[in-house]
Design a protein. Structure first.
Length: 228
């Protein structure tokens, strides 16, 4: 409730500064709900109308997701472009620390990733970077794009996850190859002491394991394969 109250208070200030007549409380609540719904549905006309009426382009939902994040998560590139044009904060984070670029990378949205990076989205950050997210789901083109634009190849998350370990865990051999050729460190271990090779074996991704071994990868600890 406090989050919504703060957002609505900012909305009141915006429309007053813009010279609009104040809206009753129920109308403000409706406008807030309407713009979140319109973004999720990809209704650009409704979104533009609400922004013109004074709704803040950096409005957030209860989880701290900005309109830009919501548009990215839903894959509405036209809205992403609109919010960037209207100077949305491209590096805002939600309550979980995620940014719009993290969402785009996780979902493999190359075009949106490109738009966000060109608008100044931060590629390298603490925790799970966009590169790790892209590798985790095997999004080769996004991985390649982020590497070309300065992504730290050996960035490590809080639990020791790297892009290479994430790709090996998922069995994405094409991503593992790209990262390895680009110079990813094969010996980084997770908090549990497991390397990319360990994870490849643990998840029965034998093709990835064979490739990593051919490149000189070593296990971080003895891994017992489960019998299926």
């Amino acid at each position: 409730m406090n989050t919504r109250r703060n957002i609505l208070s900012r909305f009141v200030l915006v429309i007053l500064l813009a010279g609009f007549a104040p809206l009753p409380a129920d109308a403000l609540t409706s406008a807030y709900d309407d713009i979140l719904s319109a973004v999720k549905l990809g209704d650009k006309g409704a979104v533009v109308a609400l922004l013109e009426r004074g709704m803040d382009v950096n409005t957030t939902d209860a989880e701290g997701n900005t309109l830009l994040m919501l548009a990215t998560r839903e894959g509405h590139e036209d809205l992403v472009a609109l919010f960037i044009q209207r100077r949305a904060r491209v590096n805002a984070r939600n309550r979980h620390g995620d940014s719009a670029l993290r969402f785009a990378a996780y979902q493999g949205q190359l075009s949106i990733t490109r738009r966000l990076v060109e608008a100044g989205a931060q590629i390298n950050m603490d925790g799970w970077t966009p590169l790790i997210y892209a590798a985790f789901n095997g999004h080769l083109e996004v991985v390649q794009y982020l590497l070309r634009h300065g992504a730290a190849i050996d960035a490590v998350s809080e639990n020791g996850m790297t892009a290479l370990i994430a790709a090996a865990r998922g069995g994405f051999l094409d991503v593992v190859r790209i990262l390895t050729v680009a110079g990813a460190n094969l010996d980084i271990r997770t908090a549990q002491g497991e390397t990319a090779l360990d994870w490849a074996r643990k998840t029965h991704n034998t093709g990835v394991a064979d490739y990593l071994e051919s490149r000189g990868a070593k296990p971080g600890k003895t891994v017992t394969l489960e019998i299926r």
